[in-house]
Design a protein around this ligand. Structure first.
Ligand SMILES: Cc1ncc(COP(=O)(O)O)c(C=O)c1O
Length: 364
């Protein structure tokens, strides 16, 4: 019986790794997923709950889509509501973009290393993947000409990238991204999950017509657990994307939480400033240690290149200081690198102390 069921599933799905139950010990300091170190403010949570209490829960959201949020996002980003597609996080939108565009055998071009979900979703759609290596020696700069040449050669349906890049943290100039969008045959997806941490606004690229921008409430708005993301595109492209996004894509709760966040944007800008200051503090402290290179970051995390295997550092931080940082084992290009999400000042002190103990020779 299991064989026909197995056969019924598309090869692209069967080829994906199964997601196990990821048991995270809550007593550990979790600095691997680029979450906000500060929670959504308690008084704003209260406001969300009060508004939720006054809404009917029995009704499907009026008009099918979260229109209040769509209008608020359009006003804030300076685009038309027809250009905004809202869904449960940008991970879902990456899937939607690929579902709307890729046929088996199509090519997706992407830099490497970059966010792993692009590769997984391209495989799900049985697309061919062409990766163009980023080069540590030139600061992981965007290889626009090589990416564009690869896209032209394969007549790639999609080029995907994130700006700033995850996991390197590298910020790319808008002019470079524009040049890429102008020199490829298909669409350019730019994942801006961390854009607020470097104050980058790429909405000017939407006029090109072949650009899709992805944004999330998970990082800057400290709402990773609520699950809200949005795509911006030309009205024509957004209308097609909308067709593959689930009908009623957000719960009423998610919409209200996102609206409250937008209405109090200044609170999150202040949180962002604290994260950026801490990111710079961690970077400056670690850069003084022998054999450590801190990669400049425009995000809420920092990539560290070591001149030795990273196991010692990971082990010491985990067992001595209960700190979980990201081992970059999934990225062959980053063999001796670790990625650290900016934590609270106390957690960041521990990171600096732990690195010093292993690499500065003061291990206790
Ligand atoms: C580049 C990038 N895109 C998308 C996501 C997923 O964001 P969301 O929580 O909106 O699904 C992440 C999460 O770490 C990310 O790093």
């Amino acid at each position: 019986m299991s064989e026909p069921i197995h056969e019924a599933v598309r090869p692209g799905v069967r080829g994906l790794p199964s997601l196990g139950r990821n048991l995270v010990d809550e007593s550990l300091h979790r600095l691997q997923w680029n979450e906000s170190p500060e929670d959504f403010p308690a008084d704003l949570k209260e406001e969300v709950l009060q508004r939720m209490a006054a809404l009917p829960w029995s009704r499907y959201p009026l008009g099918g889509r979260p229109w209040l949020l769509i209008d608020a996002l359009a006003a804030q980003m300076g685009v038309a509501p027809e250009q905004v597609v809202v869904s449960e996080g940008s991970a879902d939108l990456i899937k939607a973009v690929m579902a709307a565009t890729l046929r088996p055998g199509d090519t997706v071009v992407m830099p490497a290393p970059t966010f792993l979900l692009y590769r997984q979703n391209a495989r799900l759609h049985e697309a061919a993947i062409v990766e163009v290596a980023l080069n540590a020696a030139d600061g992981y700069a965007l290889p626009v000409d090589t990416l564009a040449a690869a896209a032209q050669e394969a007549q790639a349906r999609l080029v995907v990238m994130c700006a700033p890049n995850n996991p390197t943290g590298t910020v790319y100039a808008e002019a470079e991204i524009r040049r890429m969008a102008e020199s490829i045959p298909g669409l350019l997806v730019v994942d801006e999950a961390y854009a607020e941490f470097c104050d980058q606004d790429l909405t000017g690229l939407l006029d090109l017509g072949n650009v899709i921008l992805l944004r999330t409430f998970s990082k800057f708005y400290a709402m990773a657990g609520v699950r809200v993301g949005y795509a911006l595109a030309s009205p024509a492209l957004a209308a097609e994307l909308q067709k593959v996004v689930t009908v009623f894509p957000l719960s009423v709760f998610s919409e209200v939480a996102a609206l409250v966040a937008l209405e109090h944007r200044e609170r999150f800008l202040a949180m962002r400033d604290r994260v950026v200051a801490e990111r710079e503090r961690i970077g400056a402290a670690l850069a003084t240690l022998p054999g450590v290179q801190v990669i400049p970051s425009g995000t809420n995390f920092v990539l560290i290149q070591l001149d030795r295997p990273k196991t010692d550092v990971l082990h010491h931080l985990h067992h001595r200081h209960s700190l979980l940082i990201s081992d970059m084992a999934a990225y062959p290009e980053l063999v001796n690198c670790v990625r650290i999400s900016v934590g609270t000042p106390a957690q960041n002190d521990l990171v600096i102390q732990g690195f010093g103990e292993v690499l500065g020779g003061s291990r206790v």
